[in-house]
Design a protein around this ligand. Structure first.
Ligand code: TUI
Length: 315
């Protein structure tokens, strides 16, 4: 039985947390993951607060388990989204793309567990000092907006730098990844790409198929120039974006070109002109299956991996 201290803190059966995937993680996916024993979250992304509120209400009707909200700190609707999360007394809040420090008092006023994504040891330490409950150390193998370090290098350094639990993220999609993360000192894992192809994930079928077809080298990093590097699957949009960057397009031009592209891929299903965010581990994701099966398979494989390792050591 794989149970760690993050399971007690978050009141979950398995130490598996869903990544905050904008335009992907809605009430349906979040409820499926929480019902299966992990922690599901609604991703606020760049969505207006009334969408977030609606999903929170829906999710509460689909599950009696804890469902969190992931807040993307660069959202134009950030203040309204925070108000909705406070109004609904959300129990677990993960954050991405920035420092949630200025909202800590509000989060703590409702007793929420706060778990920011950190791309560095320095930010992990700063977060611990302001009273967060855990951190997600996310490597650059992840899909979407990323930092510079790999999961393998980042996780053990963060583990050594803080005493709060550390959740590993980036490049993890199966039981081996879970065991490897525990070996690095993490208390659990956050997975995004693996859940994109969950049956309950409501994104366009074409997006799921692109993830399933992706091989190990099929992602690229765009947006280095704008200071917001984003990992996406290589397609027409990615090639055009990289060409614009190479030709010295301005930050404003690139931002304008990139606007609305994730929605276009995830919701409209245009996976050539839209932005198909996925991690490097997409090559390992080969099937669509129910969320419950994804989580059970990961746990069974993790237990098998530990047994195999023990046998190898004894020999
Ligand atoms: O946030 C993510 N992944 C995302 S957000 C997103 S939407 C977006 N689209 C375009 C540009 C920007 C965002 C798509 N995918 N993952 C968590 C994450 N957080 N990765 C990196 C960071 C991060 C980066 C800097 C967290 C904190 C940070 O701190 C800077 C500071 O203030 O010290």
């Amino acid at each position: 039985m794989i149970k760690t201290r993050i399971c007690d803190i978050l009141d979950i059966k398995y130490p598996i947390i869903q990544g905050g995937m904008a335009w992907v993680a809605d009430a349906e996916l979040a409820a499926a993951i929480s019902n299966a024993g992990g922690l599901g979250l609604i991703a606020a992304g760049n969505a207006p607060s009334d969408w977030v509120e609606n999903e929170i209400i829906k999710a509460k009707n689909m599950s009696d388990k804890t469902i969190g909200v992931n807040i993307m700190l660069l959202s134009p609707f950030i203040e309204d989204v925070i108000d909705v999360v406070i109004k609904h007394k959300i129990k677990v809040i993960t954050t991405g793309a920035g420092n949630p420090g200025k909202y800590m008092d509000k989060f703590k006023s409702i007793g929420a567990k706060v778990i920011p994504v950190v791309p560095s040891v320095a930010l992990a330490k700063r977060m611990e000092s302001i009273g967060v409950d855990a951190v997600i150390a996310e490597g650059m193998e992840s899909g979407g907006h990323i930092g510079e370090l790999t999961t393998m290098a980042l996780v053990p350094q963060v583990v050594d730098a803080v005493t709060i639990p550390v959740i590993a993220a980036g490049g993890i999609a199966d039981g081996r990844g879970l065991v490897a993360s525990l070996a690095l000192g993490a208390s659990g894992v956050q997975m995004g790409t693996r859940f994109v192809t969950a049956e309950e994930c409501t994104i366009a079928e074409s997006y799921k198929q692109i993830v399933i077809k992706a091989k190990d080298r099929d992602t690229v990093i765009t947006g280095r120039v704008t200071g917001h590097p984003v990992r996406i699957i290589k397609n027409k949009l990615a090639r055009e974006f990289l060409k614009l960057e190479a030709n010295g397009a301005t930050k404003e031009e690139l931002e304008k070109f990139g606007e609305g592209r994730l929605r276009m891929a995830a919701r409209e299903g245009d996976v050539e002109h839209g932005s198909v965010m996925a991690g490097q581990i997409a090559g390992l994701v080969k099937d669509i299956k129910p969320t419950k099966k994804i989580i059970e398979d990961i746990i069974n494989e993790a237990e098998d991996t530990i047994r195999t390792m023990n046998r190898a050591i004894e020999e």
